[in-house]
Design a protein around this ligand. Structure first.
Ligand code: ADP
Ligand code: MG
Ligand code: MG
Length: 213
């Protein structure tokens, strides 16, 4: 059983910022096809701001809740696009899971995956099948929880979550959007992956690599 503390989470945000910088052009290109081409910029700016702000917290005094809440606030302030409030809500909900804890358990991380998915759904009111990031997050959280219920360690739960997110993102190609900017395109969005679902895969892939102990 591994425990996850403030420093692990600071390193996780550094990893997320690095991954989004790396994926920025691909995510902007996806958004260029069915949206306004800024999704990579939004995710890079958001996680860069979050990583910088959490790196300035002192692990001696800041608990995991403070890390997630700081990340949420910074992400929201940095991002003007729809992904700003969606991820800010996800991060605030993660902070609520961590409340009162000096470190997080493997079960807490599975709860955090659920909290991310639920936060995004509550904020954006999208259901599975509407061609949004929910199509990656909802199955990822469910697969992660299911793996945990089968007694698997966190690394395997996150691997199951990542596989489900990848399948969910792939499935958005066959969907017509009914939420967000790309809903204006109707069936012209068919055949193209939703950028928010693609970036969700990047986020979950960072979680998986970071906790692969
Ligand atoms: P914007 O469309 O404002 O430019 P982004 O480009 O950052 O915002 O994000 C676009 C992504 O946001 C979409 O690909 C989709 O996954 C996600 N999205 C948009 N609206 C919603 C919603 N209501 N619920 C969940 N996700 C949404
Ligand atoms: Mg956009
Ligand atoms: Mg935009």
């Amino acid at each position: 059983m591994t425990t996850i503390g403030t420093e692990d989470l600071q390193a996780l945000f550094a990893r997320l910022a690095e991954a989004m910088a790396h994926e920025k052009d691909r995510l902007c290109a996806l958004d260029g096809v069915i949206g306004d081409a800024d999704h990579g910029i939004a995710m890079e700016l958001g996680f860069a701001a979050a990583a910088k702000a959490v790196s300035e917290l002192d692990p001696a005094t800041a608990d995991p809740t403070a890390v997630f809440n700081t990340a949420a606030k910074s992400f929201l302030n940095a991002v003007g696009a729809s992904s700003g409030p969606l991820y800010a809500t996800a991060l605030m909900r993660a902070g609520a899971v961590a409340k009162g804890k000096t470190s997080l358990s493997e079960d807490d991380m599975v709860d955090i995956m659920t909290a991310f998915a639920k936060g995004i759904q509550d904020r954006g009111k999208a259901e599975v099948g509407e061609k949004t990031m929910v199509d990656a997050w909802a199955p990822a959280a469910a697969a992660c929880r299911d793996a945990r219920d089968r007694g698997l360690p966190l690394a395997d739960c996150l691997a199951a979550g990542l596989a489900a997110a990848e399948a969910g993102a792939e499935a958005t190609k066959a969907m017509i959007a009914t939420k967000g900017r790309s809903s204006r395109l109707g069936d012209r969005a068919l055949g193209h992956m939703d950028p928010g679902a693609a970036s969700a895969v990047v986020v979950i892939s960072c979680f998986k690599s970071h906790f692969a102990f």
